[in-house]
Design a binder for this molecule. Structure first.
Ligand code: NAD
Ligand code: MG
Length: 386
């Protein structure tokens, strides 16, 4: 039996992981499960998965959680510190499925106390890539990506050396606005932006997919994970979302990883790594599929990708700047303060500011957090003028 903790069990990644684990209960003992606000779902998952510890990050829901779990023998706690304490409990595998910047500190902590960090929270690599990699190296922790593109690249790289890689081709579905004009993009609503044509995901990553900020984050994530130079990174739109990404080598050969658009594949792979265990996902049928399409990215409509390349070129903590501005811009879009296309303007503004005043840093978490807070305030101020 291997021990596993699931951070963000009430979310899209977390619930998919819980479904896999419920079917593999002979292989895993669940140590910790955590949720942010959704107490009902957290209590439901606790009863289903029988973990040792149940943590609700928003402490105001702690009493409600305790009431829902009366008669059960879980150790229940709440609040930010309780979440970090839970990440400090040694386990074989930590699955990191918290969304956004709140997941970063949790990943950095779990990386010290887990044999494998199965990482869905891409913000951890975007904001703190070198720090996270360093912690994993020191503690001999295996970092296995859960993001489908990075899981694909990881699988293509098995038995290969990074020196022989000519290019990494990240695929993207193109999102709900692939065929929407730039004029119409100005007035799209959060609801329209959150309805992804292929993948079923949380609200924030769905809107990031519509703006291609998700792909932009994934470019930085790829660079941090595989340590490749930016000129080797390409993005191709693959509208069917069947090819999850590809790696081209110096002999002209290209490896691709294919599968249905279902995160169970990447989650199952990461938690069972280095083994492959059976999963009850849909199997591809090429004769039904018949065709795979490829399209270029429209950088005028989707400036996010070029902004992420700029963040890589700026270096230092520009990834944390990129993420803070993107998260704050998304919050402003969600409450109707700015338009869909303004989100890229906010990120460009933040990168300009950071480039002009590259704050001295030691790449410790406290510096990253300070920069994150500072950039959010600057974006709010700037957005008032939009
Ligand atoms: P989601 O919104 O569905 O779930 C997020 C989880 O994080 C929930 O359990 C929520 O309670 C928890 N959470 C939110 N704020 C928190 C806070 N302040 N403190 C502690 N916990 C908090 O998100 P998701 O779609 O499952 O995505 C999770 C992560 O995985 C994101 O980083 C996303 O980019 C990445 N990812 C998701 C998918 C997908 O298919 N959903 C695919 C690839 C990568
Ligand atoms: Mg992805």
């Amino acid at each position: 039996m291997r021990t596993i903790s699931i951070f963000g069990v009430t979310g899209s990644i977390g619930c998919t992981a819980a479904n896999i684990l419920a079917g593999q209960s002979n292989k895993f003992t669940i140590t910790v499960i955590t949720g942010g606000n959704n107490v009902t779902e957290l209590a439901k998952q606790a009863i289903r998965l029988s973990p040792r510890y149940v943590v609700i990050a928003n402490e105001t829901h702690l009493n409600e959680l305790r009431n829902l779990l009366i008669g059960y023998n879980f150790e229940i706690s709440g609040g930010r510190q309780a979440l970090i304490n839970a990440a400090s409990i040694p386990v074989d595998i930590s699955l990191q499925g918290i969304v956004g910047f709140p997941g970063v500190e949790c990943s950095l902590t779990a990386a010290k106390f887990s044999k494998t960090l199965a990482l869905a929270n891409k913000e951890s690599l975007v904001c703190a890539g070198p720090l996270l990699q360093n912690i994993c190296t020191i503690n001999n922790t295996k970092l296995v990506p859960v993001d489908s593109e990075h899981s694909a690249i990881f699988q293509c790289m098995l038995g290969e050396s990074i020196e022989t890689v000519e290019k990494i081709i990240l695929t993207g579905s193109g999102g709900p606005f692939l065929n929407t004009s730039i004029e119409d993009l100005k007035s799209v609503t959060p609801k329209q932006a959150a309805s992804h044509p292929r993948w079923s995901m949380g609200q924030r990553i769905s809107i990031d997919s519509a703006s291609m900020f998700n792909k932009a984050m994934e470019i930085i994530e790829t660079k941090e994970l595989f340590n490749v130079s930016v000129d080797k990174l390409e993005v191709v739109i693959q509208p069917q979302s069947i090819i999850h990404s590809m790696v081209g080598f110096n002999d002209g050969s290209i490896k691709a990883q294919l599968g249905p658009a279902d995160m169970s594949g990447a989650i199952g792979y990461a938690i069972n790594y280095p083994n492959r265990d059976p999963l009850t996902v849909e199997r591809l049928n090429f004769l039904e599929l018949r065709q795979l399409d490829f399209l270029p990215v429209d950088h005028l409509k989707f400036p996010a990708i070029n902004l992420s390349i700029r963040a890589i070129m700026i270096g230092g903590m520009a990834g944390a700047v990129f993420n803070a501005a993107k998260e704050q811009a998304l919050d402003l879009f969600l409450i109707g303060n700015i338009g869909f296309l303004d989100m890229a303007r906010c990120v460009e503004f933040a990168l300009n500011e950071y480039e002009l005043n590259p704050i001295q840093h030691n790449f410790i978490f406290e510096d990253i957090m300070e920069l994150d807070t500072h950039m959010r305030i600057r974006v709010i101020e700037m957005a008032k003028g939009l």
